[in-house]
Design a binder for this molecule. Structure first.
Ligand code: UDP
Length: 193
């Protein structure tokens, strides 16, 4: 069950809960989207109904940021631990490696995304990298076609918010082979360090 914070959905699932749920959804051929929710996004959703709709239409709204935990404590909600975007990405990389799902990386500067992939491959020697594109690619149609043809099952989009979430929403239907989409903000920068 989702919890609501000022009308914004937040998923109470842990990292493991999400991975287990994803395994079932992938098995059933369902696409899933993961969005990080923090107090800034909740406030922006109060001003802009489109932002609220964008968040609530995602499959998993992870409680990234202590502000959500604080609100849960005050409200007596069931969310007791953070699920951060960068740690969720790390869990998904482990899952991708163990379950043989290929991964595509889209976003950040060229040197950042390539360094992040090199570090990820060093940590996950059996991971299948379907491809990557830096976040300054202008030809969206060509990019979507490249991702589609790569056969990627998991796509990380690192363009910052709300750009990455809007990109995912625009292109979800054109990428039927991609089963999991996560908007990861500055996480490629973290993995590249
Ligand atoms: N970025 C990008 N293309 C753009 C704008 C930003 O690839 O058109 C990348 C930028 O290089 C950085 C990330 O998106 O790697 C933005 O990270 P930030 O921490 O600002 O995002 P947040 O987590 O705050 O949403």
């Amino acid at each position: 069950m989702k919890e609501k914070y000022l009308g914004v959905d937040v998923s109470p699932l842990s990292y493991e809960g999400i991975i287990n749920d994803l395994r079932v959804r992938i098995g059933a051929g369902k696409q899933s989207t993961i969005i990080a929710v923090n107090p800034e996004k909740v406030m922006s959703a109060q001003r802009d109904p489109n932002v609220k709709e964008l968040i609530n239409a995602s499959t998993y709204q992870i409680a990234d940021g202590v502000g959500i935990l604080l609100a849960a404590k005050i409200k007596g909600g069931g969310i007791t631990s953070r699920v951060t975007g960068v740690d969720m990405m790390a869990r998904l990389l482990k899952f991708a490696e163990s379950d043989g799902h290929s991964v595509y990386f889209y976003g950040a500067k060229e040197e950042v995304v390539t360094k992040a992939i090199a570090n990820i491959q060093a940590q996950h020697p059996n991971i299948r990298v379907a491809g990557y594109t830096n976040g300054y690619e202008k030809d969206e149609a060509a990019l979507v076609s490249r991702i589609h043809q790569s056969g990627a099952k998991i796509l990380f989009v690192a363009l910052g918010s709300p750009k990455q979430e809007l990109w995912i929403r625009r292109n979800l239907k054109s990428l039927p082979n991609v089963q999991v989409f996560q908007g990861v903000g500055g996480s490629f920068d973290v993995f590249s360090g």
